[in-house]
Design a protein around this ligand. Structure first.
Ligand SMILES: [Zn+2]
Length: 255
């Protein structure tokens, strides 16, 4: 009787709402997809081709989606259509290190030149438009304020304001969910483990793409990538911390 609350805290009840996940093929969005698949009975995915240098992340998506379906009979049924949207205009109207072959540097305004102005605002707006047509009522994104690069469009306030603006502008009741907003990279790995066990951690390690320079190269402990760009460093540090946390927990149990 009293154990019910403990059980429900571990296994979230399946929500009758349906979700559209912003899915790039990276670590964060793959974890968000697993999070959505464990909560909503129908889940679709959206990806954007905006002329990113790391377009390889778009190439890993189809195989990754197939493997996510293979995780369980439930996920197989829940994971629906994938939508790839051409947003190449972002590359045409902005000048950033993610869309041009220039060195990654810090700008005078305190933001790295990997910041693509308006990117997440545009992504969410386009996702909301698609969700409207598809009858999906939750938008899920991997925005994170904890160890981000200072990108203002990853802030919780930005996403909250955008949710209000979208619903006002479209007369909808869309919900914007950002499950990674207040956790760091190590906790993101731990979240993946809690959702899909070691198998999901291994899948994310080997099959997702994070490197800004689009390099696959050798498989490191933390995954593929150049190992030196800010995205690779963040991912590698997070993985090391996660492994350390797991070991500390294990030794505490033994002790
Ligand atoms: Zn890299």
């Amino acid at each position: 009787m009293s154990s019910m609350s403990a059980t429900s805290a571990i296994a979230p009840t399946l929500n009758t709402q349906s979700a559209l996940v912003l899915f790039s093929g990276g670590q964060d969005s793959t974890t968000c997809l697993a999070w959505a698949l464990s909560r909503y009975q129908r889940v679709e995915t959206i990806g954007f081709d905006y002329g990113q240098r790391h377009a390889i992340e778009l190439e890993v998506r189809p195989a990754l989606l197939e493997k996510m379906k293979g995780f369980s009979a439930d996920w197989q049924v829940r994971l629906g259509e994938d939508h790839m949207i051409d947003l190449s205009l972002i590359g045409k109207i902005s000048d950033t290190a993610l869309t041009r072959d220039v060195e990654i540097t810090m700008q005078d305004n305190g933001l790295p030149n990997t910041f693509v102005p308006g990117r997440n605002l545009l992504f969410m707006t386009v996702a909301a438009t698609l969700a409207y047509r598809r009858g999906l009522n939750v938008l899920v994104g991997g925005m994170c304020e904890t160890d981000f690069s200072g990108y203002p469009d990853c802030r919780d306030d930005t996403m909250k304001a955008l949710q209000v603006a979208l619903n006002l502008g479209m007369a909808t009741q869309l919900k914007v969910e950002t499950p990674l907003m207040w956790i760091d990279k190590a906790q993101t790995w731990a979240l993946a483990e809690s959702l899909g066990g070691q198998a999901l951690v291994d899948l994310i390690r080997a099959d997702t793409h994070t490197c800004y320079l689009g390099e696959r190269g050798q498989l490191h402990d933390w995954g593929h990538g150049c190992g030196t760009c800010p995205a690779c460093q963040l991912r590698a540090r997070g993985y090391e911390q996660y492994v350390q946390d797991v070991q500390n927990t294990a030794s505490k149990k033994i002790g």
